[in-house]
Design a protein. Structure first.
Length: 192
């Protein structure tokens, strides 16, 4: 099975690009949604409460907004949460892969390099977009976020330049280069 990692910073449009790959018949594992499901596990709830304190829970469940706000503002809290979630996510991805009936699969993950997931993949694709376009997309998607909120989230991730440099292929989602064509070029290189 050929595994592709798809990454890109917040606001680059990687989820939209992942949907285009899915339409081409490639199963896509959305790391973000699978990670959210992990927070429902009793053991994870207990470990998160132990790591971050009882205020992180609401009605016995992990309050994901509180976790999100905390990990984007507190590096130590982020490391604690990642130590709980990331190993489980890697295991979940392996189980998911074994259930797929396809020669090629893809994981979409914003923090693929930061989480040290890159070793799981045969190829890594980064979706790139200019910062001003990313900011305008994020303002549209999250009207309650201030510019400071947006920049805090952007700067908490590895720089786009570093992601692009470490990737095997870059897809430019800058509203000037057709995405479908870039995806076709990429697939032509890997599908022999």
């Amino acid at each position: 099975m050929f595994k592709i990692g798809l990454t890109g910073g917040i606001g680059t449009g990687k989820s939209f690009v992942a949907e285009l790959f899915a339409k081409k018949g490639i199963p896509v594992y959305d790391a973000d949604s699978h990670a959210k499901n992990l927070y429902l596990d009793e053991e994870v709830i207990h470990e998160i409460e132990k790591a971050l304190g009882p205020n992180i829970l609401e009605h016995g469940q992990v309050n994901l907004k509180k976790v999100s706000d905390l990990i984007f503002s507190d590096l130590h809290a982020r490391e604690l949460v990642e130590a709980i979630i990331h190993p489980r996510l890697m295991n979940d991805f392996a189980i998911w892969c074994s259930s797929q009936n396809n020669d090629i699969v893809m994981m979409e993950a914003a923090i693929l390099f930061e989480a040290h997931f890159d070793h799981l993949f045969d190829l890594i694709v980064t979706v790139d977009a200019p910062d001003d376009l990313r900011i305008s997309r994020l303002k549209l998607r999250n009207p309650s976020w201030s510019l400071q909120d947006i920049q805090q989230r952007m700067f908490s991730q590895m720089s786009q330049a570093d992601k692009c440099h470490r990737s095997d292929f870059v897809i430019y989602n800058d509203n000037t280069q057709p995405l479908q064509k870039q995806i076709e070029v990429f697939l032509a290189k890997i599908v022999k």
